[in-house]
Design a protein around this ligand. Structure first.
Ligand SMILES: CCCCCCCCCCCCCCCC(=O)SCCNC(=O)CCNC(=O)[C@H](O)C(C)(C)COP(=O)(O)OP(=O)(O)OC[C@H]1O[C@@H](n2cnc3c(N)ncnc32)[C@H](O)[C@@H]1OP(=O)(O)O
Length: 224
């Protein structure tokens, strides 16, 4: 496959394009802890067998907590800047549904550079991501892969949007179990970035995906 994409040495700063950016280290530890608690709350609500009195009390407590947080808020599109030990700087959206650190609905998935190239991450999806009994919903399997594949393109200096995603479900993906997600760029052609990746549990591939990411036109790369 022709390799003629033009990766950028450094991703452009989204601030230059009018986006708000929050450096990850500026997210308060108290917010990180609150997000964890809300994940636990969502799981508790989804599975509770509590009676009417308990449920009413819980609803009032949640409503009160919600009211406390209805002040100033980050706008949609706010980005997060993550700096990696290897010096790589990555941008994503703060509330990304798969990886957003402040999104309690995100597992979350965090990808890091893999020794063999590409990216590797781990995630555990609890019962709120359920499709078939005891198994991760197929749409969420696809979402994990989409995110990992997009991150691999971005980490290679070629951030883009998914134009096509193809997923093969090889084995059931279990809930409440560590999943390993790997992704890498397999080829490029003009603005097209071809990526592939897998989800594994206990070393066994549960799903594999390939995607076509169409690279953003970034300043200085001359387009394609
Ligand atoms: C400011 C910087 C901050 C950096 C920040 C980085 C953040 C990085 C985070 C990463 C993590 C995100 C991971 C989640 C990823 C998503 O969730 S993305 C959301 C889902 N995807 C979308 O919404 C995309 C919707 N589609 C579109 O907007 C447009 O169709 C696209 C994909 C941008 C392409 O449109 P276009 O730019 O006009 O490109 P176009 O000229 O049509 O096509 C370019 C080439 O691709 C081919 N192509 C296009 N579509 C297809 C297709 N479906 N099938 C096959 N070939 C196709 C064309 O044939 C063409 O090929 P060649 O002629 O070069 O051979």
């Amino acid at each position: 496959m022709t390799v003629d994409a033009k990766p950028v040495a450094e991703l452009p700063d989204p601030r230059d394009f009018g986006f708000s950016v929050v450096p990850e280290e500026e997210i308060p530890a108290e917010l990180v802890s609150l997000v964890e608690e809300v994940r636990s709350l969502v799981d508790a609500v989804a599975h509770t067998k509590a009676g009417a009195e308990e449920l009413t009390a819980a609803r009032e407590a949640v409503a009160a907590a919600s009211d406390r947080l209805k002040g100033e808020r980050h706008g949609v599109g706010t980005m997060i800047q993550q700096s990696w030990p290897d010096g790589r700087v990555e941008y994503g959206t703060l509330t990304n549904i798969v990886a957003g650190p402040t999104n309690a609905a995100a597992p979350p998935l965090r990808m890091e550079a893999a020794p063999e190239g590409g990216l590797r991450g781990e995630a555990v999806l609890n019962g709120t991501y359920q499709g078939p009994p005891g198994l991760v919903h197929g749409g969420w399997v696809a979402a994990l892969l989409d995110q990992a594949l997009g991150s691999a393109a971005s980490a290679a200096g070629m951030p883009g949007l998914t134009a096509n995603l193809d997923v093969n479900y090889r084995n059931p993906t279990p809930l409440d179990a560590p999943l390993e997600i790997t992704a890498r760029v397999s080829g490029t052609e003009r603005r097209k970035v071809f990526v592939s990746g897998e989800i594994r549990h206990d070393g066994q591939v549960t799903a594999e995906g390939t995607a076509l990411m169409v690279r953003m036109n970034l300043p200085g790369d001359g387009g394609a």
